[in-house]
Design a protein around this ligand. Structure first.
Ligand code: ZN
Length: 169
């Protein structure tokens, strides 16, 4: 029995070679499929729309996981994360003590400050790409983040706003 599952795992691993795999967006579409499943159970007698939506979200999820066009899937996930931040940011802005305009102006000055600091001197302590490091900008707040090169696809947590995003280092 153990050998069977071992072989199953190995053949699945072989199948996934060169394919995109799961990300935040596929976990989200999977969650939507699950939500539609629940709604389908509740409203089964009245409409079949939730039944079809279960399939739609399942197909989207697996199409993306098994896709070999990694760049395209990666871009979709990035857009999803940006949209999510925007929606959550708006939600937080309404609920929290600081509104969007306050946050935006803070980011504006922070970015201006960072840009001035980064572009001015070539001395040590400034953030620049080199053989060992790469610089990415946080898609949420535009903060520059320096990460070590050659670690493959990594999840980066922005040191300023805590936003998580995926980049190839
Ligand atoms: Zn950030």
């Amino acid at each position: 029995m153990g050998g069977f599952f071992q072989r199953l795992r190995e053949s699945f691993a072989r199948f996934m070679v060169g394919r995109y795999g799961s990300d935040q967006l596929s976990r989200f579409t999977m969650l939507l499929a699950f939500v539609m499943l629940i709604l389908n159970m509740i409203f089964r007698s009245r409409t079949s729309v939730f039944y079809w939506l279960v399939w739609v979200f399942l197909i989207i999820t697996y199409f993306r996981m098994f896709s070999k066009n990694k760049q395209k899937r990666y871009n979709e996930n990035t857009r999803f994360l940006q949209l999510k931040e925007k929606v959550l940011g708006r939600f937080r802005g309404r609920k929290g003590p600081t509104g969007d305009s306050v946050r935006d102006s803070y980011q504006y000055y922070q970015n201006a400050y960072n840009n001035a600091r980064n572009d001015n001197s070539g001395g040590s302590g400034t953030m620049r790409s080199d053989k060992e490091h790469r610089i990415f900008r946080c898609p949420n707040c535009d903060q520059r983040v320096r990460v070590p090169r050659g670690r493959g696809k990594i999840e980066i947590t922005c040191p300023r706003c805590g936003h998580k995003f995926i980049k190839r280092s």
